[in-house]
Design a protein around this ligand. Sequence first.
Ligand SMILES: [Zn+2]
Ligand SMILES: [Zn+2]
Length: 263
Amino acid sequence: MKIIPFGTNGYVSSFNRQTACYVIPLENQLIILDAGSGLFRFMEPAGWRILKGKKKVKIFLSHYHLDHTFGFYAAFELFANQKVEVYAYDDKPVFRELVYTFQFPVDYDRKHKNFKWIKVTSQKYKNEGFDFSVRIQKHRNEKSLGFRFEFANGKSLAYVTDADPSRESVNFVKGADLLLHEHETLNVPKYKNKSKLEDLISEGGHVTTEGAALIAKEAGVGKLFLIHHNPPCDWPELVKDLQKAKKIFPQSYLARDLGEIEF
Ligand SMILES: [Zn+2]
Ligand SMILES: [Zn+2]
C-alpha cells in the first residue's frame, strides 16, 4: 500500500511544503488524512492522476485548526464529481459560518450537496475495505482525533498529529506497520535519557521529535514518518532533527511532500 503526502507542514506552507494532507488510494476510493493547503494539490497533475476514476473521497479530520482544514476553501470544486464523506469530531462543516459573514462567496448548501459530515468518537468503525479506530487526544486546551486504520490486506496505519505524548497514545498505535506522527523541532525541552514521555511536548503544545520516536519505539511500530514540520525549518534542518529520532528509533524518516511512502 502507499500513502502520498500532499502537505507535510504544520501551521503554514513554506519551502514547497503545504500544510497537513495525506492521500491513500484504495480501489475506487481515496482516503485523505486532513485537509490543509495540501488539498490544493488536487489542482496539480499529481492530484488529477490519483483522483482519476475514484468515486468516493473520505476525509478524516484530526481537528478544525486551519492548517488541517484550509483545503475546504476549494474542496467543493476539487471533488465536484465524487461522493465525499468527512469524518470529524463534529458534524459542523468547515467554513460554514463564513458564508454568513459574506467572506466565503459560495452557496454552501448547493456546492456541497455531495458532501456528508459524519461525527466520530473514540471507538472502532467498519468501512469499505478497512476498519478504523479513533482516539480523542489532548491538544492544548482543546482536542484532536488520532486515527488508526486496519486495511483488508492486513496492513495498518496510525495517524497522530497535534496530540499529547502519553501512554494511551503508545497503546493506540501499538504494532502499526506505519506511524505518521507529528514532531516539533523548535522551542522544545532538552531530551535526556530519563525524560518522561509526558514531558516531551513543546511550548506550543506539539510532541517533540524525541517524543515521537519514543512513542514509535515503545509501540513497536514498523516505521515512523515524522510529519507536521515547523515552517521556518528548511530541509537540512529537518534532516538534522531527524537524527535525534533515529538515535531512539532507527526506522525513523521524514515525510516529504509528494514523496510516496510504502507500507
Ligand atoms: Zn497543526
Ligand atoms: Zn492544531
